[in-house]
Write a protein that binds this ligand. Sequence first.
Ligand code: ADP
Ligand code: ZN
Ligand code: ZN
Length: 866
Amino acid sequence: MENSKPSKLEFNHSKDTNSGYVEVALNLSVPGPFTYRIDIEKFSTVTLGYRVKVPFGNRNLTGYIVSGIRKRNPSNIPNQKIRNVIDILDDKAVLTEELLTLTKWSSFYYHCEWGEMIRAALPGLRESKSRKFFQLTSQGVQSLLELENTQHLPGLSPNLSLRDKITSLLDAKPYSFNSLLSELTKEENEFLEKGKNFEKKVASQIRSLLNLDLIEEFKKDSIGTLEKKILFVRLKKGLDKRILDSFDKRAFRQVQIVHEILRKGSVSISELDSEFIGARSVCSRLFEKKIIEYFENVQIREELSDNKDSLSKGLNLTKEQNEVVSSIANDIQNKEHSATLLHGITGSGKTEVYLHLVKRVLEQKRTALILVPEIGLTPQLLERFRKRFGNQIACLHSAFSEKKRTEEWLKIRNSKVKVVIGTRSAVFAPLSDLGLIVMDEEHDSSYKQEESPRYNARDIAVYRSKKMGIPIILGSATPSFESFHNTEKGNYKLKKLSSRPSGQRLPKVEIVDLRKESVGDPKNPVLISKRLSESIYERLERGEQTLLFLNRRGFSSLVLCRQCGESIQCENCSTSLTFHRDGGDELRCHMCDFRTDLPESCHCGSKEIAYMGIGTERVEESLRARFHKAKIKRFDRDSIRTTQDYDEILTAMRKKEIDILIGTQMVSKGHDFPDLTLVGVLVADVGLNLPDFRAGERTFQLLTQVSGRAGRDRVAGEVIIQTFRPDNYVINYAKTHDFNSFYEKEIVSRELLGYPPFKNLLRLRFESENNEFAVKAADWGSNLLIEMGLKRDKIEDDGESLVFLGPAPAVFVKVRKNWRYHILVKSASHEKLNILVQKFQQKYFENKKLSKDVRLVVDIDPYSLL
Ligand code: ADP
Ligand code: ZN
Ligand code: ZN
């Protein structure tokens, strides 16, 4: 039983040869790691990468050992001030040496604390919080037995005193104080004895029970060891069934439990506990009588064994596919690092290439890591991998429950699987003997984490493959400019898949000029042009499916007053609220999820409220009005809440139970529907107007991805793009599926304006609930940069000094009550940027008042500039 409070002993400077010193990384933004003393004898198995519990301030935190055990205090903190490691949390290191190096490098690159990066790398593992539990002592069990003999009442009875109720409850299982309290309060309802008073009474009873040694306390971590050991009981060796004859008939609970044990041979305590009241204490009595014995075992879960014959064989590769596979297979064989950008049009067989490569890796008895974007990890994709590789696969998805994530993570850590498919944080999957990394849809923005630590999994994946000396393959139909530029510089190899193996051609794309559509009633803006409408009718007649795309959720995205023209804004954010019909009429903020009822009138007094702007809900409604008989479904974050919803819609789509699917970005990738022959993009310009240098790149990607959904099978597909800017080059290159020409044009302005991939960016954002503080901090920041020799508002650095833009209000100047101002620093050299951030952060932390009032967000290679 550990004591969590710093005891006097702990501060004693012990010359004890049994203790050593370790460095522990903590998930805090305070510069670490921190030195702790550790009892070498007690924790003899501990090495690098273990999770430990350590005191920090007046709390206990989970930390990670990031150094070997040293005999001497390595820090300049006096020995007597160094505190002790309280406990180790697992029976195995959670981090391999490789992952320690990887997280350290990542924390260095993205300027966060090592412990923060480690935490981000272990999203499946819950931070351990230890709680106090109470249980009966054997003396307590004895006195309870006496009580039962006089009462003859099992369980709780209202006539029992509070003290007896507590011991009866504890007889069944250990309780924490809070769970005990809530259990007791349930019973106490009729006495109205709830609240603080009652809590005090319970606390005082517990104290006195503790003093009388009738109960004892112990601490339990809410997450146990890596491989959960479970307590079992069995009959003591040498005993036989006749033992039951010698039982006192009144001890019916003991008889019951011995029967159960005889029947099953051995049984876990928790199983017994769920079937018999008070099983734990009965067992301890049986143990004292030397009738049963305890043993620990790892819980065995039955794994389905694969029937090798049922696994599907790979397809015969096309010439282009074959070339990619053999080139990379060579590198796998020779354990040589290479980075390959696989630029293949949608449906060109990229996934088939990955499958073949993974097979090569497995033949070498090594492991493979497959990274996919959040919405790309579909049941369909998993199914394809499972069919090929059976249960050698683990899946890490951010949408999984904590329990499921931990289970999957443990399979990987304990080398039970050879292939991992996962989203962003799976880049840190603890696979050993890694042979290949695959990153599908490498341009996808979900690889960048938009909260601290703000890492990009793509860059970490490339680094990891380099360190390991293994190939990485980055696949996309619309490569990121960064990656494509890397092929031009010769850092990455470029491989192309220019046709679909099915011989199916890319869909024909048509542009509809929305300006020419008769606008008609402004209350009912045109959503679906005549051209699109006709095409939908055709599909309905032919029994084919249509997908309509609009990247805006809700009913109307703008609610405003006709009198004063003001739109209704979120209370916490500088953005207008969206009107939602689904789930009850209300206004919602898409940034902070603030919700409010519809206003009766504007604050100017007018009752004329207009609902402008088109969202997916409104489209759904107008489709229903226009195509009465069509089966219509909506596919967005409001209609799809769980992975089950997701599966259901996709299955319905495959079974042709849906004629028209209307969706946001969620529908843009990954799904293959054989009878989907028409894709309509309702307003292509939505993303084009954003003040972001990547707006064009993103729109091109989105349009290409969505278009790629049409006609993947027998029937040729058709795409109709509606836009107010039919002459825009982004839309026109998307029309001809011409990535290369789009890149050639767009890259020129990137170079001219000094943006990635030519310059590295750093975004410094200042956030505070107090607007004035945030403004001042941003000014402080820009003055500091000028002091440090940076030039403001210049495009080119002169090679010597870096340049910066700002300070300026962020596009959304207020989010979740926080005011935000930012500065954008550009540099040709990442190294220089790196040094700059270090100095800048140091000055910020030195300025105690500033760092207390205003949060500094450092974003390296930022994706979002909003
Ligand atoms: P991508 O990942 O580029 O979108 P997929 O790998 O999903 O492409 O392939 C698209 C379709 O083509 C799938 O139905 C797949 O089964 C089929 N396919 C891929 N490679 C081949 C091949 N070599 N021969 C026949 N069909 C193939
Ligand atoms: Zn008004
Ligand atoms: Zn908001």
